[in-house]
Design a protein around this ligand. Structure first.
Ligand SMILES: [Zn+2]
Length: 270
């Protein structure tokens, strides 16, 4: 498909386990540029975004849109707004979170940019106010942290919610998709394959947790030890949040019960 030359990104210098090479801050447009997510308030980062805008022929930055309120996506939004006077947008559910927002959006809202029109797709799960931005005409989706270019995203309760996360993936799977532009990692060229892989991965983890419970693991720490054998130790605390997210889903579905810090299967099958 033609017509993606007006989309670029400037990667923030915040590499890490969770941010991969750094946050992808997207720039869309021709003369008036819309920026999706601003990770860092540092002059280097803001200058980098402005230079990228200029390099693509942009005369000004008119809008900043945020996928969600995690620091590595919104941390530089006010600094960029201050430098260029752009209008700042945020999920209606997070209105006022940063202060200085000029527009709010919800599921189904449309947002024009210089070169196209985005539709807001509310995708709770990773963060309850999380929004992806979909351009039906080009069948592209800016996925924030809901889908990453590599690896999986963190679902950390209580705001992170596995039931909603999977529902949001199903919702995205019903869109016509040519490319996904994630908040971290490379562009995804097989959107539906990736969404399927993401759903299957979570269901695989759920089965592993059910197995661990069946084997007598009772705490999230013990389940992480049993399941995340290939995961580096620094990520184990994050893995515990993820296991907790799965357990909350299983409790909601009546398959598991909790007693203090201990978890038990309701299903008595061996
Ligand atoms: Zn996030």
């Amino acid at each position: 498909m033609q017509g993606l030359e007006h989309i670029r990104h400037f990667r923030a210098a915040n590499p890490g386990y969770m941010t991969l090479e750094g946050t992808n801050q997207y720039l869309l447009g021709r003369e008036a540029i819309t920026v999706i997510d601003v990770a860092l308030p540092s002059p280097d980062n803001i200058d980098g975004i402005l230079a990228e805008a200029e390099a693509m022929g942009g005369k000004r930055i008119e809008k900043i849109l945020l996928t969600h309120i995690h620091r590595d996506h919104c941390g530089g939004a006010l600094a960029l707004k201050k430098r260029c006077g752009a209008k700042l947008g945020i999920s209606r559910l997070r209105a006022g979170y940063l202060g200085g927002e000029d527009l709010v959006y919800s599921q189904g809202d449309t947002i024009d940019y210089d070169g196209g029109r985005l539709e807001v797709v509310h995708t709770p799960g990773h963060e309850s106010g999380h929004c992806c931005f979909y351009e039906p005409e080009r069948q592209i989706l800016f996925t924030g942290d809901h889908i990453l270019g590599r690896g999986t995203t963190v679902i950390a309760p209580p705001d992170g919610d596995m039931v909603q996360y999977l529902r949001s993936l199903e919702k995205l799977s019903r869109l016509k998709l040519y490319r996904l532009f994630p908040g971290h990692g490379p562009v995804i060229e097989d959107p539906h394959g990736k969404i399927r892989e993401y759903i299957e991965h979570r269901l695989m983890r759920e089965r592993q947790i059910m197995d661990a419970l069946r084997e007598g693991h009772r705490t999230t720490a013990s389940m992480v030890e049993a399941i995340y054998t290939d995961t580096p130790a620094p990520l184990h605390s994050i893995a515990r949040r993820s296991v907790e997210a799965h357990l909350r889903k299983l409790i909601q579905e009546g398959r598991v019960r909790r007693d203090g810090e201990l978890y038990f299967l309701n299903d008595a099958r061996p």
